[in-house]
Design a protein around this ligand. Sequence first.
Ligand SMILES: [Zn+2]
Ligand SMILES: [Zn+2]
Length: 446
Amino acid sequence: MSNSHLSSRLVALLGGAGLALVLAAASPAAALDPAAVKAQVDKDVGADWPHLQALYEDIHSHPELGFQEERTAAELAKEMRAIGFTVTEHVGKTGLVAIYKNGPGPMVMARTELDALPMEEKTGLPYASRNKEVYDGAETFVAHSCGHDIHMTAWVEAAKALVAMKDKWHGTLMFIAQPSEEGVSGAKAMLADGLFQRFGKPDYGFAQHVGPSPAGELTFRAGIYNSNADTLDIRFIGRGGHGSDPAHAIDPVLIASRFVVDVQSVISREKDPAAFGVITVGAIQGGSAGNIIPADTILRGTIRSYDNDVRMKLWSGIERVAKAESEMAGAPPPEVTITRGAEAVINDAGLAARTGAVFKAAFGDKASEAKTPITASEDYSEFIMAGVPSLYYSIGGYTPEQYAAFKAKGQPVPFNHSPYFAPDPASSIKLGAEAMTLAVMSVAAK
Ligand SMILES: [Zn+2]
Ligand SMILES: [Zn+2]
């Protein structure tokens, strides 16, 4: 461990040019040639492309919601068995664990997600999803609008590339496919099902996410990578009545409306303006007709932060504003439920330096350190909190042609969770496969 720390620090100091020299002197990863590994993965992706494209389009057009990913998991299990991995299904309900042993050496975890989102895809792609599943008691469209289908395909190809170059590394690969990332519950489910007790605890872990940045670009950083995410549920209680006679009713729609506006003063006036914090009310449900004042109104939202003090400030501000709105209207106190969700992903500093140097050596200035964390959240943090030093990084998804097309329309490229989110599969799967292979090699090369 200390040996690896030393080498990663030296690598960080010397950068790409000194990499081979430093690794030769200070680390068992003496033979690692990042450019050669990247070139080999490129060749493999090219040769495998018809299969990878078919796999990607099949997963994309058959998305499944969290803990319902039976078809997707079975498909990945088949792929990983064909590559030579020993696969265990149904770890954490629908999760998958694929193990490949290659002599003594570190155990390295590589994670993909399995799940899709409860929303309608509007990309117009020939393989766009028309799948529907039951979510929260109602049938809804399901779509891979977060790009987990790209991660899965890249993950399979990285596994294949690593097995093909098994003479260049040693140790054990633990490739896991995690259910229900969007529900921030799948990582916990796998851990609760004895992931590390049954299969061993990895020495290192990696995960990647595609986003709206340019294809071919990769970003990483040491320390906080993405945000704490908590959920907010409020029921404002009023008194139902006739829409023409508000004086004999208490209007919970008005109370909820005030809350939506006033709660933003917690963000603008109460927290440190330099600290990150977001409160978003994403759903309001109240009433059934224009001339009826309903008895209650339900609000759902998300609360994001990096720092725990900010997190607590937002929680107490939300509670206080909600109570005050009800009191001002002479209504009973609201029912406020704040549920602690995903914890921020904290990347290991030593690993960020070590693997980051390999990324830079392979990708040049297309690999860079992110100056700030990203505001989205991830339950990959569960694996880090369970003691796996990890690096979680981002890969770009949109080609220059896609950027130009959206610019011509005067629109930004669609972000994750947009019904139009459609990163370019060919370039993002290639980059994902290269990056994950290089990440594993950065800690397991002979
Ligand atoms: Zn997502
Ligand atoms: Zn995602």
